[in-house]
Design a protein around this ligand. Structure first.
Ligand SMILES: *[C@@H]1O[C@H](CO)[C@@H](O)[C@H](O)[C@H]1NC(C)=O
Length: 370
């Protein structure tokens, strides 16, 4: 019992903190933490006047509860602190429920996770929880028309669960080293998430060794995301790590290599090259279309060519990252069209069109016969 009083106090503390720092920017998910230890039933209850922060009405009431030992239920929304090691049982009311949970659990096809739909509720069980399971859990009723189901957005309940572990102040990362791309036009996140909102976190640069001041304006910290650089610039390149403390020895996060991306966003910049501009019948022809761009921007290639619809060709696509020094990285995307055993119909213009979300660019190369 004493344990739950402590947890309740911690969660309430977090509610206040959320209310103070996140009210303005997260109104969308500003569900409050309603804690009702000892509730024997999952009765839908209209929040009392005391549950003030959210300004929510009964419409957005949480449908998610955590099942505690001895058949006690705790209604969840907002964020919630659990101890790692315990097992987690969540229930969401409804005869058809969809779930989302930290991708980590999917990536490793975790056998600790099971989901079962019962008549009136769906049950998510996660055994042997650990700090790595920290993240967002949500559920929603499915509105089905025959076999087509859509998500009931209004009734979706999302809870961020911290699995607190004093040995793991940071949510463990699957790699020892992470690469983060900084762009002039959007915020970047150094994802050193923590396993308790009470952890104090500082941002450090490795060379020259220094602590980076966090003013909440240029750089801010969110325990659910990490450090957010609101206006990244070339001066933020380098190797960084986060340092956490909560009584006892400080802990270090993995290292983050921050690379500055200089390529401006826009339609792809494309070059094209044929293996040779004059070939003889029976030769092979390769035409290569190359795009240099931002590391995360995908490029789609399409080709038009003289023998279109009349003869088979081989088209191969690939991309890789190239390090251009000084923390600059570029993605090189290529498409190669190969025509084997060239004939008369293969001579003419090979046109490559490269497309990204910003637009498209076409370039052509001419292949003639001797
Ligand atoms: C075309 O590309 C393939 C694969 O890269 C290569 O093996 C072949 O020699 C190339 N052919 C010509 C004519 O350049």
């Amino acid at each position: 019992m004493k344990f739950w009083i402590i947890v309740t106090l911690i969660v309430l503390g977090e509610v206040l903190q959320n209310a103070l720092c996140q009210q303005h920017k997260r109104t969308k998910e500003a569900g409050d933490n309603r804690i009702r230890p000892g509730n024997k039933r999952m009765k839908p209850r209209v929040p009392k006047g005391k549950d003030r922060e959210s300004g929510f009405s009964g419409k957005s009431q949480s449908i998610m509860t955590r099942v505690l030992d001895k058949g006690r239920f705790l209604k969840l929304s907002g964020s919630y602190i659990s101890n790692s090691g315990e097992s987690l049982e969540l229930r969401c009311k409804g005869s058809q429920i969809g779930w989302a949970y930290p991708v980590y659990l999917d990536t490793f096809k975790d056998s600790r996770l099971s989901i079962k739909q019962h008549d009136k509720y769906s049950q998510l069980l996660l055994s042997g929880t650990s700090a790595a399971d920290t993240g967002e859990f949500s559920c929603w009723p499915l509105l089905c028309d025959g076999s087509e189901c859509t998500k009931d957005v209004d009734k979706t309940t999302t809870t961020y669960i911290y699995f607190t572990d004093k040995e793991e102040l940071f949510v463990p990362s699957t790699s020892y080293f992470e690469i983060i791309y900084l762009r002039p036009d959007r915020p970047s996140i150094i994802p050193c998430r923590v396993t308790s909102p009470a952890v104090k976190v500082a941002l450090h640069m490795e060379v020259p060794p220094q602590e980076i001041p966090v003013d909440g304006d240029q750089i801010s910290f969110d325990p659910k995301e990490g450090f957010i650089m609101h206006k990244p610039g070339p001066e933020h390149r380098g190797v960084f790590y986060c340092k956490a403390s909560l009584r006892g020895t400080p802990q270090m996060s993995v290292k983050y290599q921050l690379l500055y991306v200089e390529v401006p966003s826009g339609p792809p910049s494309v070059t094209i090259e044929a293996s040779s501009s004059r070939v003889m019948g029976g030769d092979n022809i390769n035409v290569t279309c190359t795009v240099l761009g931002e590391p995360e921007v995908e490029v789609d290639f399409t080709w038009t060519y003289p023998g279109q619809d009349q003869r088979p060709v081989i088209i191969k696509e690939a991309w890789r990252l190239i390090n251009r020094g000084m923390g600059h990285t570029t993605r090189i995307s290529q498409s190669v069209i190969t025509v084997e055993d060239a004939e008369t119909i293969d001579f003419g213009n090979y046109v490559c069109t490269a497309k990204n979300l910003q637009g498209q660019t076409s370039v052509a190369a001419r292949v003639d016969s001797y």
